[in-house]
Design a protein around this ligand. Structure first.
Ligand code: G6P
Length: 368
């Protein structure tokens, strides 16, 4: 029955709405609230093996790559282990450096992406250890990897990824928590994070209520030249993923940038026909983001603001304002991505695109 669209006109919209349930499956039975950590049964590693990890390299393509970037930021924050993310098609031919202190993690929905498989084989040929963050049970990557974490998103039919992306982010968060709790993260912070993780299905449910507002906004901007996505920190990859969603489903040009990078080029693109979507959360980057919004407005740019914050200034600055629930900064991509998904859906609907099967794209890219 999961194959059926049910009441939804497209799998893409159905899969967006499935996210509270798919996130529930991702975390189900995997949290240890009393110990403020997670239990990931499929890693096939002894806890002692974790002591030797000096760096982590994440390998993926497409949306999985951006999920990996969010994961890297959370791993570095919680576990203080240097973590880099590699485009698998680049890594494979770059004569990658492999040693026993580096843990490799391949992220893939299908487990069949040729570039990711070949990069993993190159690493393994050099004696490297690779874990998987995979959706498809029994897929090539699931079999090839030393161990890993199934994300349990269920079958994803739409070519553009939604619920697999959010579950990849969730599993990488839980993995970061495990590593973090073996290092600097104290029990109390661990317990708080476990609570936050347990609350995520409801927070995402709440975030899904923005669908109607985002629909109006998307229709309003359907004739845009190009759409810019701007963010900082853990949400920077959300901007990249938001832009990818718009490109692949609506065929409009969209690009994600670090908001701090605006002055280094993208600011030249700003004009009334090129709106910017800002993703802004409370914390470290808040005031800097406000500054970036003002810069864009001063150049006649339109600002669509997606935020977890209730700060009144945002409403005043925004041409369009989308509020999502407040959550811990580390987990915020799971709610800020929701309006991006809706935006790409409705702008594609307004433009009459083939939403579930965009031209020129395949669900799983099994050739190089
Ligand atoms: C294709 C899909 C994307 C996906 C990427 C990686 O480009 O259209 O949605 O993110 O492949 O796929 P994987 O199965 O490895 O996650």
């Amino acid at each position: 029955t999961e194959n059926l669209k049910g009441d939804y006109p497209h799998f893409f919209l159905k899969e967006i709405h499935e996210q509270p349930d798919s996130i529930r499956r991702a975390i189900g039975g995997r949290l240890l609230p009393d110990f403020g950590t997670a239990k990931l049964g499929g890693l096939n590693l002894d806890k002692r093996d974790f002591f030797d990890i000096k760096r982590i390299h994440i390998i993926a393509m497409g949306s999985a790559l951006y999920a990996g970037q969010i994961g890297a930021s959370v791993i570095e924050t919680l576990a203080r282990i240097p973590t880099q993310v590699f485009d698998a098609s680049e890594l494979r031919y770059s004569n990658p450096i492999v040693d026993k202190e580096t843990l490799f993690i391949a992220v893939s929905q299908s487990g069949e992406t040729a570039d990711t498989i070949l990069a993993v084989k190159e690493i393994q040929n050099k004696g490297g250890r690779v874990l998987g963050v995979i959706n498809s049970v029994g897929s090539t990557l699931a079999r090839l990897t030393h161990g890993g974490m199934y994300i349990h998103a269920g079958q994803e039919v739409s070519v553009a990824s939604t619920k697999a992306f959010t579950n990849q982010v969730m599993l990488l968060n839980m993995f970061a928590l495990v590593l973090g709790r073996m290092r600097d993260v104290p029990l109390s912070r661990g317990k708080d994070l476990v609570k936050e993780i347990m609350a995520m299905p409801e927070k995402v449910e709440e975030a899904l209520k923005c669908g109607e507002i985002v629909k109006e906004i998307a229709y309003k901007y359907k004739d845009a030249n190009s759409i810019l996505f701007l963010a900082r920190g853990t949400n920077y990859p959300v901007a990249l993923e938001g832009a990818l969603k718009v490109k692949e489903v609506s065929y409009l040009h969209a690009e994600g940038f670090s908001a701090g990078g605006l002055k280094h080029g993208p600011l030249a693109l700003i004009c009334p026909e090129t709106p910017s979507i800002f993703v802004i959360t409370e914390g470290e980057y808040f005031e800097k983001m406000i500054g970036n919004i003002i810069e864009v407005k001063a150049r006649d740019g339109k600002a669509i603001i997606v935020t977890t914050s209730s700060d009144e200034r945002l409403k005043e600055l925004a041409d369009d304002y989308i509020k999502v629930p407040e959550v811990d900064e580390l987990l915020s991509p799971l709610v800020t991505i929701i309006p991006m998904q809706f935006f790409s859906y409705y702008i594609s609907l307004a433009l009459g695109r083939d939403i579930d099967q965009p031209r020129n794209l395949a669900k799983s890219v099994t050739v190089e």
